[in-house]
Ligand binder design. Structure first.
Ligand code: CO
Ligand code: CO
Ligand code: CO
Length: 317
């Protein structure tokens, strides 16, 4: 497919990233992104917060500041009480308020299946855009939220998740990546993305594909929601995790001592996951310490950029 081009389009369809970026002047560019999905938790107010946090995240992942948003709503008005929609939108609004983002409009349609999300516009300096490229050999990778939300959500749907796991994962998904993005601003960060539907390995693969470096992951260092191990071992693995594996397994070398449940979690699709930050190795420890000071307790160095195997991911114990 051929897409229209424009000299001011810095990140567009040719180099798909977390969001599109269009330069307005030498000092300012706009970031645009859209995300919406069906409910992943039962509580409508929390679902609204999670959908908003997830949509805003792509702006943070590019190093930008979200400014305006529009609601996207699909609602089964004949079968569902309108008060549910009000709660969803209130959740979204409260999250936007927390993020200092103003709602400027939106659009709703009648649909058999409820869906909610945002289209978001943010600002960034054109020289400071973080994409999935520009990684340097020796860099360290930092993940800011634990993995396993897809597996926990599968357990929730099956009525098997514990109350603690539900509460933890709900708050985790509703947490903005804003603080993490603010902290990384002061560090020599080369690349960044957020972990969502393709899972950790899928998003790492986007960084490494067609590159002249490899990425090593240290699986024991990767933050994981404790219950996700138990549920993965029970087979509560979402279909998306198998799709993610099928798509990328040719790029992945796995050490035989890595457990199957861990691998399932590395491919597990995340909702509103954390930032994956690629930073100069000498600064990685300080960056993690600063993230922890900001309350991002699970932040951890989870791997490194290697000179080989080129274009591959190596999963170590
Ligand atoms: Co993203
Ligand atoms: Co997105
Ligand atoms: Co990015």
């Amino acid at each position: 497919m051929e897409f229209p081009t424009d000299p001011n389009l810095i990140v567009g369809m040719d180099n798909v990233d977390d969001a599109g970026v269009y330069k307005i002047t030498d000092d300012i560019a706009i970031i645009q992104t859209v995300d919406f999905f069906t409910p992943i938790v039962d509580d409508p107010y929390w679902f609204g917060q999670i959908a908003a946090a997830n949509a805003l995240s792509d702006v943070y992942a590019m190093g930008g500041i979200p400014k305006t948003a529009m609601n996207i709503v699909a609602f089964p008005i004949k079968e569902m009480d309108i008060s549910i929609l009000r709660k969803i939108i209130q959740g979204g609004l409260d999250k936007m308020k927390e993020a200092d983002v103003v709602l400027v409009g939106g659009h709703s349609v009648e649909d058999k299946e409820l869906k909610y999300g945002l289209s978001v516009t943010g600002f960034i300096h054109p020289d400071r855009i973080l994409t999935k490229k520009n990684l340097k050999i020796g860099d360290r990778l930092i993940l800011t939220k634990p993995l396993g939300t897809g597996i926990i959500n599968t357990a929730i749907k099956g009525g098997l998740a514990s109350r603690e796991a539900i509460e933890f994962v709900t708050r985790l998904m509703a947490t903005l990546n804003r603080d993490a993005a603010q902290v990384m601003e002061g560090f020599p960060v080369h690349a960044c993305t957020d972990i969502t539907g393709f899972g950790l390995i899928g998003h790492v693969a986007e960084m490494v594909v067609d590159s002249d470096f490899g990425i090593g992951l240290w699986s024991e260092k990767i933050p994981i929601i404790p219950e996700a191990f138990d549920y993965a071992a029970m087979g509560l693995v979402p279909a998306g995790a198998y799709k993610n594996r099928e798509f990328r397994e040719g790029m992945v070398d796995i050490s035989p001592s890595v457990k199957q449940a861990v691998l399932d979690i590395l491919y597990d699709p995340q909702t509103s996951g954390g930032l994956l930050i690629c930073v100069e190795s000498e600064s990685a420890g300080d960056l993690v310490n600063e993230l922890k000071k900001k309350g991002i307790d699970d932040a951890a160095i989870i791997g490194e950029v290697l000179s080989k195997p080129k274009g591959k991911i190596v999963v170590n114990p």
